[in-house]
Each structure stands twice: as C-alpha cells, then as structure tokens.
Design a protein around this ligand. Sequence first.
Ligand code: TYD
Length: 397
Amino acid sequence: MNKVFLNLGRQPLANSFLKDIGKNTLRNEFFYNLKICFNTKNYLVSIDKPVNPKKQYTDKYAHRASESKTMRSAFKKVAKKLIKRFRPKKIMEIGSNDGVFLKNFNKKSVIAVEPCKNLASLTKKLFKTYDEFWNLKLAKKLIKQKKGEIDLIFSANTISHIPNLKETFEGIFNILSDDGVFVIEDPSLLKVLQNNSYDQFYDEHVYVFSTISVNNIVKDYGLRLFDVENLPTHGGSNRYYICKENGKYKNTSRLKKVIKSEISYKLHKIKSYLEFSKRVNISKRRLFNLIKKLKKKNKKIISYGATYKSTTVFNYCNFNSKMIDYVTDTTHNKQGKYTPGTHIKIISPEYGMNDTVDYAFLGAWNFKKEIFKKEKNFFKRGGKFITHVPRVMTLTK
Ligand code: TYD
C-alpha cells in the first residue's frame, strides 16, 4: 500500500528551462503536484502521480553526461571494472545520453538506447543507437533483429526515471543472456534520508531506490539482486548487480551488509519517512530565512549550477529573482535561459562568478569537491557558499 509522506508542492518539470519569460511562454509553463509515497509492502519510494515521460524526454533534453569531468572519469572507471569482472561480448546501455559510458567499449559490440533524439543523434554515428523508450516492445524488436542474448546491460540514472517497472524488468529478462548481468546505478535512498537531500525528488526521479526495495522488486520478474556497491556519485548512489534467478552469481557478503545497514536505519518503516518529511520542512524554513536575512544586509546571492535538483529547492522554498540574482552554469544550452517555475536568469560562470558576489547557493552540491577546487579565488576574497545538504549552512572552504 502506498502512503504519501512528503509534499513538495507545485513544481515545473525540472529541466524545462525557459528561453524567455514573455507572457505566452509563462502561460504555457507546465506544473504538477510533487508528492512522494512509500510502499509498505515492497518498500519502494516513488512519486505519487508521475508525469507522462513524453512530456519529459524530448529532442531538447538538456543534460549532457560527458560535460562533467567527475562523471567522465566515473564512467570510464566502471566500464573498465565491468569488462574485467564479467568479460561481456554484447553490451547494451539504456539511457546512453551522449555515449559517455559506451565509448569505452568496442563500438561493434554495443547497442545504445536513448529516447532523446538530440542525444541519440550524437551517438548514431558511433554505434547502433535506438532513439526509443526502453520497454517490452523494443526488447522484442531487438530479439527479432537477432540482437538479444545481451551479456551486460548497463543503465545509470535511467531505470529510476521509467514509471512502468513491469515493462522495464520484463524487457530486461527477455533480452539478457542466461548468465548475463544487469547493472543499475541510481541515487541511494539511504543517502537522501541521511543528507536530507530532498532535492533528489523531481519529476524525472519517479523512484528513489533502496537496496531492500530493488531486492524485492526484481524477484517478481525472475531476476535476482546479487551484489551492490555504494558510490559517491550524485551525492551518494548505489550500483545494483542483477542476474536471472538461476544465474551463476552468488549473493555477495557486501549485499548482505548493505541490506543490514538499511534495515538498521529503518528504511522499511513509514515512521522514518515521516520524520524525514519533518526535517525537510525545517530545512525549507531555515534556507528561506537565511537568504532573507542576508538580503536585508544587502548581500548579493547567486546560485551555482542550474541543476534539476535546484528546481525542486527553488520552487519548494519559494525563491525568486529578488532573492537570487542569477544562476551560473557551465552547460551552454542552459546559459541565457531561465530557471523552471522561478524564472531566474542563467548565465556562464565566467561572467557570473565575479567580485560582486557575496554568497553562492550550491545547487550542484554533488560536485562540491570539484567546484571548491575551481573556486579558490572566490573563497580567497571572502566569498561564501550556502548549502542545504546535510543541513542549511554557509561554507567558507
Ligand atoms: P547534475 O549533477 O546533473 O545535477 P542534476 O541531475 O540535479 O541536474 O548537474 C550539475 C550541473 O551543474 C550541470 O548543469 C553543470 C553544472 N556545473 C557547473 O555549472 N559548474 C561546475 O563546476 C560543475 C561541476 C557543474
């Protein structure tokens, strides 16, 4: 049974950056109600009423995975590791973005699945790319084209985006070779609760998985979770290793340990989520009050990184362009646009991170290390960052 535990209010699509803020554009801006629920039976945490994926994954999808140095090297590292451990002959990626992961394999042995046409067109020249949503129909089409029996299916930050888990896992089961491995990377629910990072909830994250929920769900589709790894990416993610029920892999002691730690944190109890919800409410009040207080002192506050996560924070905490002067972001196709719902201008850091800035809200808090290294001069001249993770505070280094 699904129980709603968190209401993040009226939200726009996290990546619907606006080209202009004229009357017409604003009239057409799409909003929905972001409520998060917990399934008391299989422990799955999900958006109560997900948005239609056709509204989200369009030919204008902004996120480019290879733009971040951290992500480029993370994908290279995992590709090497998976080759060494499983020696796969046929590899498929679901949600291949701009090919940052698959580029590390032999081009002839890979299949890319990417529904955003602007991204798929980037990899079509490099390897076989299907610009479609992952579902049972596509799985059957691939099998018909003799592209089945895949040894390694990889999917980072995508499975949690697909509302229909039944189709997803049935498709995987059909196309995976008998001893094949399905590897998923997605944000960790345990980390979200520990870090109070409620901004991991936005329209695209239909699910925020825990190990105990993945362990339960895959069983319904003839699959078995046999290993899990905790990762630092996206503020704390998990890499799940799944095989067929009778696959040759033994459940690892690491998996047992992670399940134990999630149970001891009570991720299987609704009470933990209700308490989290209270902490989120407090975080909202503190962040809003801190910015108001600094504004009264005439401080200039900007936001660093026009992230999807920021869309949740900005809209939930009722930010506006009187509180945040502008947002800086390195992504070219975000620059010159406006933030979804709150309509704050996005500019390049070269222009934006100048001597007039007193405080920068860390929208891309998951890249804190990379950013702090880059912004040594900002700190040197007395600039401060503001973060809400794990609690609202200012950071001087
Ligand atoms: P991302 O981590 O993908 O977060 P989300 O999934 O919430 O959107 O986005 C990080 C954003 O931050 C991306 O638009 C690039 C931007 N960014 C900077 O502007 N400067 C930086 O130094 C880094 C690391 C990221």
